[in-house]
Design a protein around this ligand. Structure first.
Ligand code: ATR
Length: 280
């Protein structure tokens, strides 16, 4: 039985196991996907365990997408540029890092354009957050020629992304700011872990980026969080009546590419989608 899993903390809420286990079952593979909720002081020990056990493949989620890179033997070019890894392939004890998040973010935003009012001329996106997920989202947007404002509570992290990515892209611009000085644009994306970290946040304490006043300035909104699916940001978009993309879309697309990297097989996308939707 081959072992796979998700490395995150917290991880118990993850819906990755239902998607991957449904895919293994559909393809009659002797494989199982589990949850590895690892505290930060045990990350080094855990990565040794992954190498030796062996765990054949890992999904990586918050807060480890950047921190895990130091334990890998090789990181693919794109993941290195992004500066974060969400997928690890263990090939006989040799650990490879990949990033399937940036394509997944683009697919989630743009794959189903039918009826969606997506800006076509010089669009601007505002990305909230500057962790590993934000890096992939910004990279994907810039690759599509979309200008980006990246805003974060800790402004220095947004500055670092803007400086690194500005050097990589000529066609689209990226700038940084903090949450007290938010710019406006066409697309608004929340990549922060705020809803996971503060699930019981009171309405009066909600950040400005999900206020009606701010959200109504955009044409399309995406939240990467899928637990809950209806985050305060998605609720605001619904209330106002603008297009929105919930976190399950990017979750599915990043998992599909991950499955192919691990197994070399064509992923059963509809099986994975159905398994995910049954849990939402
Ligand atoms: P991921 O890998 O999913 O991006 P991460 O690297 O832990 O996770 O990043 C989490 C992001 O959520 C960061 O941008 C973090 O802001 P800081 O850099 O200031 O820590 C953001 N975040 C977490 N809790 C938040 C909160 N309560 N308000 C605003 N931003 C928050």
């Amino acid at each position: 039985m081959k072992r796979y899993g998700i490395l995150a903390n917290p991880a118990k809420h993850s819906l990755s196991p239902v998607m991957h286990n449904a895919a293994f079952k559909a393809l009659h593979m002797r494989a199982h996907y589990e949850i590895f909720e690892v505290p930060e002081n045990e990350l080094a020990k855990f990565m040794k365990f992954v190498r030796n056990e062996p765990i054949e493949g890992l999904s990586v989620s918050l807060p480890y997408k950047e921190k895990v890179m130091q334990y890998l033997d090789k990181i693919n070019k794109e993941a290195l540029k992004i500066g974060s890894v969400n997928t690890i392939v263990n090939s006989e004890g040799f650990l490879y890092g990949f990033n399937t998040d940036y394509l997944a973010s683009n697919k989630a935003l743009f794959i189903d354009m039918k009826g969606r009012h997506v800006p076509t001329k010089d669009p601007i996106a505002v990305v909230i957050g500057a962790g590993g997920a934000a890096r992939a989202v910004c990279y994907g947007l810039l690759k599509m020629g979309i200008h980006v404002w990246v805003a974060n509570r800790t402004k220095e992290k947004a500055d670092a992304i803007a400086i690194e990515f500005a050097e990589m892209f000529n066609e689209a611009e990226i700038h940084s700011n903090d949450l007290n000085d938010l710019k406006t644009g066409d697309i608004l994306i929340n990549t922060t872990s705020i809803w996971t970290k503060e699930p019981k946040i009171r309405i009066q304490n909600l950040p400005y980026f999900c206020s009606s006043e701010y959200v109504r300035k955009f044409k399309l909104v995406m939240d990467l969080c899928y637990n809950p699916l209806e985050t305060p940001l998605i609720k605001a978009a619904k209330r106002i009546g603008i297009e929105y993309v919930t976190g399950d879309k990017m979750l599915l697309y990043q998992a599909v590419d991950q499955f192919e990297l691990w197994t070399g097989k064509k992923p059963p996308v509809e099986v994975m989608r159905d398994a995910l939707e049954a849990e939402l």
